[in-house]
Design a protein around this ligand. Structure first.
Ligand code: HDE
Length: 690
């Protein structure tokens, strides 16, 4: 900004300026660059007269504001993004010629957007829902978008059913509720009439659908893709993201309460951890298999309602992704980022999976609607970071057009600008596949097995996780008004597990069990249990990256507080001080500890575990505060570990917990902090049954 534009601090004619005069401020301008003298008072005819049309500053400001919104995404509207990099572990040139996988140790910039599916942009983070896990790799041979989810299968097998699925899942059209949840008639009506969704139903009724954080969830490319090497040799690929810190989910009752206490729980978690320098990491793994495996596998590898168990084809880790930078501006980056499944690069290719084929149309199409111009690739977050040379031109908001006289091909000009030419050696080539068949609307018979992998998923869970699936189904169906829909769902469950069907039928108070749904193919009951399908069988055993809520009062034991918080920091864990006032508390040594939350602002559902560090006098006061009592009772009910000192017993007495104290309660005056942290690594005291 030129020196002459420095703010002068003079009063505008119409009234007071709201900015403090300062030589530091740059002069505000209109979007056309014209310096503005007063942007708080409209030009008017006299101090109390009507506004004047002439006021171009007013008109420009309001005009722009009126046009601030763009259509939210038709699905995955609520999301949160971050920047980072992908590091290639090994040269994979024997498998693929994708440039990103050629050089060990190379780092490629990425942008990631996590999302929920059904809720609108302003909905809450802990909806029971699939999470989108979309990664844009800015490779040296173009942008590669791996637009995946945190669940490796999908509801439907053919993209033409997608509008029906989403209509059924979103709020019902007459009443416009419920928001961000599938617990209503239309959803369960649709899925119970689409048995292909039963495997996915097991996943979304499991704890995968209520992750503790984006940082603690897996991601999947879902479809089978292809890797192609320089020699044109192909392998089939399934992509997996494995969180370095392991998986973790919340309990359903916690989710309900978190949504009230902090609807931004997941986005805040990502923002906070990146800003704290605790950068989330995932490793990228691939399952690699060939045509022979595909021909002999029990299911069709192009059917997106099926997984390939890791026991059959192990996941080979090929690199890692680190998210190390939050966005500068949510709208410019997270909202405007445009993922397209069609964005692949030489060395990666599609397969005929009918869901993937349909997606390749939908994503490009939807970006035009959302971003308003075919030039959405000119928006910095979408622009490749490698050179681009083509003859596409003009259109709304074109930021760069081909230079010079030539904008067509073939041409015989020899200028540099006229030179981009398709290159058979280096350009993207679709892998060649023989095709034949009649033009018809097919659903392949190889897609007909709808229950076998649902059984495998259910049987692979621990008893605790099975119970959660039973409870989730009971909860969801209890919100369904029509008995015949509830019954139809249970009739499918009978094909998956009698135990599950009985538990849900009992939970719903059924008088009689419906008949088993007719299966297009007899379900296989011989699929082996697969441990990677369970979250709890793969627990991280560490408190790193997790958060302890420390409920404090004035007069607390400073040495215990210091020892505990030093150990937490050393572990790479976070903590917050929850105090009677946000100003904080004074310790027994007269020192001051800053508060992070007041008691009703920091309920225990926001933390992975809690500590109650109070003085005798503090405990007496807190025992009378309903929110402090909820803090302790919820922590207990949610099977959290509770660190405490003797004074806390006054609060435990008040909420009738003293007699129920179990090994999940750790006396911090007895155990040292490293022992407590080791215990916290178990994340929950599952043995505590209600
Ligand atoms: Fe999407 N999906 N989808 N989807 N999807 C969109 O594209 C669609 C599917 C996924 O953070 C939309 O830009 C169809 C599977 C993610 O910006 C839209 C079908 C998987 C995101 C669309 C599917 C996904 C989207 C809406 C059935 C996991 C958010 C806005 C064939 C592998 C990306 C947009 C972001 C978004 C269409 C099914 C993942 C309309 C037609 C399967 C993570 O184009």
């Amino acid at each position: 900004m030129a020196e002459s534009f420095k703010y002068t601090g003079k009063k505008g004619k119409g009234g007071e300026l709201h900015q403090l005069p300062s030589n530091e401020n740059e002069v505000m301008t209109t979007a056309q660059g014209c310096p503005v003298s007063d942007d708080q008072n409209t030009l008017s005819a006299g101090p109390r007269g009507p506004a004047l049309m002439e006021d171009q500053v007013f008109r420009e400001k309001i005009f722009h504001f009126d046009h601030e919104r763009i259509p939210e995404r038709v699905v995955h509207a609520r999301g949160y993004g971050a920047h980072g990099y992908f590091e290639t572990y090994e040269d994979l040139s024997d498998l693929t010629c994708a440039d990103i996988f050629q050089r060990k140790g190379e780092k490629t910039p990425v942008f990631v957007r996590f999302s929920t599916v059904a809720g609108n942009k302003g909905s809450f983070d802990l909806a029971r829902d699939v999470r989108g896990f979309a990664v844009k790799f800015y490779t040296q041979e173009g942008n590669w978008d791996l637009v995946g989810n945190n669940i490796p299968v999908f509801f439907i097998q053919d993209a033409i059913k997608f509008p029906d699925l989403i209509h059924a899942a979103k709020p019902e059209p007459d009443r416009a509720f419920p928001q961000a949840q599938t617990a209503h008639d239309n959803f369960w009506d649709f899925v119970s009439l689409s048995p292909e969704s039963m495997h996915m139903i097991m996943w979304i009724m499991s704890d995968r659908a209520i992750p503790r954080s984006f940082r603690f969830m897996e991601g999947f490319g879902v479809h089978t893709f292809k890797f192609v090497n320089k020699a044109g040799e192909e392998k089939f690929i399934k992509f997996h993201w494995k969180p370095k810190m392991g998986m973790q989910s919340v309990l359903w009752n916690e989710a309900l309460k978190i949504n009230g206490a902090d609807p931004d729980f997941h986005r805040r978690d990502l923002w906070d951890s990146i800003n704290a320098g605790d950068f989330p990491e995932w490793e990228l793994g691939v399952q690699v298999f060939d045509q022979e495996f595909a021909d002999n596998f029990e299911f069709d590898v192009f059917d997106a309602t099926k997984i390939i168990p890791e026991e059959d084809v192990p996941v080979t880790i090929i690199g890692k992704m680190v998210l190390d930078r939050v966005v500068d501006n949510f709208f410019s980056e997270t909202e405007q980022v445009a993922f397209c499944t069609q964005n692949i690069v030489p060395g990666i290719d599609f397969t005929p999976d009918p869901l993937l084929q349909g997606r390749n149309f939908s994503y490009l199409d939807t970006q035009l609607k959302r971003l308003g111009s075919p030039n959405f690739t000119h928006i910095p977050i979408n622009a490749p970071k490698c050179p681009m040379r083509h003859f596409q031109q003009d259109g709304h908001m074109a930021m760069h057009n081909p230079k010079g006289r030539v904008n067509y091909e073939p041409n015989s000009w020899v200028t540099k600008e006229a030179n981009p030419r398709a290159c058979p050696q280096h350009g993207f080539k679709s892998s060649s596949e023989p095709m034949s068949g009649d033009k018809l609307r097919y659903r392949s018979e190889t897609f007909a097995d709808h229950y076998s992998q649902a059984i495998q998923f259910y049987e692979s869970q621990t008893e605790i996780e099975k119970k959660h699936i039973q409870n989730a189904l009971t909860f969801e169906l209890s919100k369904v008004e029509h008995l015949h829909i509830r019954e139809r769902v249970v009739s499918h469950l009978l094909n998956i597990s009698d135990e599950l069907a009985n538990a849900v039928a009992k939970g719903l108070g059924f008088q009689a069990m419906p008949d088993k749904a007719e299966a297009a193919m007899t379900p296989r009951t011989n699929l082996k249990v697969s441990d990677p399908l369970s979250i709890l069988k793969n627990s991280p055993m560490s408190f790193k990256g997790r958060k302890l809520g420390i409920l404090c009062s004035d007069g607390i034991d400073e040495s215990i507080f210091k020892e505990l918080t030093t150990a937490l920091k050393a572990e790479g864990a976070m903590f917050e001080v929850i105090a009677p006032t946000v100003n904080g508390v004074t310790t027994d040594k007269g020192n001051y500890i800053k508060g992070d939350q007041v008691i009703d602002g920091g309920p225990s559902v926001l933390y992975d575990a809690v500590a109650i560090l109070v003085s005798d006098a503090g405990a007496k006061k807190l025992a009378m505060v309903p929110e402090a009592k909820d803090f302790v009772m919820d922590a207990f009910a949610h099977k959290k570990f509770v660190g405490y000192t003797a004074s806390a017993m006054t609060i435990f007495d008040e909420v009738n917990l003293s007699a129920k104290m179990d090994a999940g309660f750790v006396d911090l005056a007895q155990a040292d902090s490293s022992e407590f942290l080791k215990t916290l690594g178990n994340l929950r005291y599952w043995q505590r049954q209600p």
